[in-house]
Design a protein around this ligand. Structure first.
Ligand SMILES: Nc1ncnc2c1ncn2[C@@H]1O[C@H](COP(=O)(O)OP(=O)(O)OP(=O)(O)O)[C@@H](O)[C@H]1O
Ligand SMILES: [Mg+2]
Length: 246
């Protein structure tokens, strides 16, 4: 593997009595694309949120590009800006134009000049195929277009790694591919990505590795080809049998 960009060591997290992350150890190399897959409640979202410090952890360490995530404060804001996150719900600011949604972070957090931020935002909107909608408001766009804007907004912060938590599961079927295509493009351009998704087509096309989680643990990991055709654990076999029949 190339130099690790994200490293989790012995990470543990509880919600009350529920042990949701159990001694998670994981390294994601620069430019690596990791798909995280597993049953509902297995801890996939919590893992993403912990990497972005939207959730605290009780023990273990998480480092991004060699720096341990601080608990809070300015340093945390900076490090968090290095980690782009795209959720199932697009979370765009409803009362701001598409362009303003994309320039807000760069201007406020990265202290970019408005002109420079807008120029870059337009390039990114072009890249995700919604530049012609820049002056519109989120509600005037389809779900697939809004999710592509959400990706552009994350990219505008020049993140070192992008996290995606089921980015297509709230979309109508005909919009799923337009979002996945943007993600495949990002992967090909060398972005480091952690993607929670059950889209096997994406995993096969873009992932270097599939990590299968169940009950807060990493149960097995391998290449997409190997995982989908030859899962080792009973839990992975059960899980695949369920998603393949749908
Ligand atoms: N804020 C919270 N408070 C209490 N329990 C929580 C909280 N967030 C998640 N949980 C619980 O932690 C466990 C892991 O949740 P998580 O959302 O990480 O699972 P997931 O793998 O993302 O599931 P899904 O596929 O349904 O999105 C679940 O049992 C969930 O109910
Ligand atoms: Mg989840």
């Amino acid at each position: 593997m190339t130099e690790p960009l994200v490293v989790l060591k012995d990470v543990n997290k509880h919600f009350g009595d529920l042990h949701v992350l159990k001694d998670i150890n994981m390294e994601i190399g620069k430019g690596e694309v990791v798909v995280v897959i597993g049953p509902s409640g297995s801890g996939k979202s919590t893992l993403c949120r912990a990497i972005n410090r939207l959730e605290t952890i009780e023990s273990g360490t998480i480092t991004i590009d060699g720096k341990t995530l601080p608990e809070e404060g300015k340093a945390l804001a900076q490090l968090r800006a290095d980690v782009g996150m795209v959720f199932q719900s697009f979370n765009l600011f409803a009362h701001k134009s598409i362009l303003d949604n994309v320039t807000l972070g760069p201007i406020k957090v990265r202290k970019q000049k408005k002109d420079a931020a807008e120029k870059r935002a337009m390039e990114l909107l072009e890249r995700v195929g919604v530049a012609h909608q820049a002056e519109k408001f989120p509600a005037q766009l389809s779900g697939g277009q809004q999710q592509r804007v959400a990706i552009a907004r994350s990219l505008a912060m020049d993140p070192k790694v992008m996290l995606f938590d089921e980015p297509t599961s709230a979309l109508d079927p005909e919009m799923i591919n337009e979002v996945l295509d943007v993600m495949v493009g990002l992967a090909k351009d060398g972005m480091t990505m952690i993607v929670v998704t059950h889209e096997m087509g994406f995993a096969r096309k873009a992932a270097n590795r599939v990590v299968f989680m169940a009950d807060g643990q990493i149960v097995e990991q391998s290449t997409p080809e190997d995982f989908f055709t030859n899962p080792k654990s009973d839990r992975a076999k059960d899980f695949l049998a369920k998603i393949l029949t749908h």
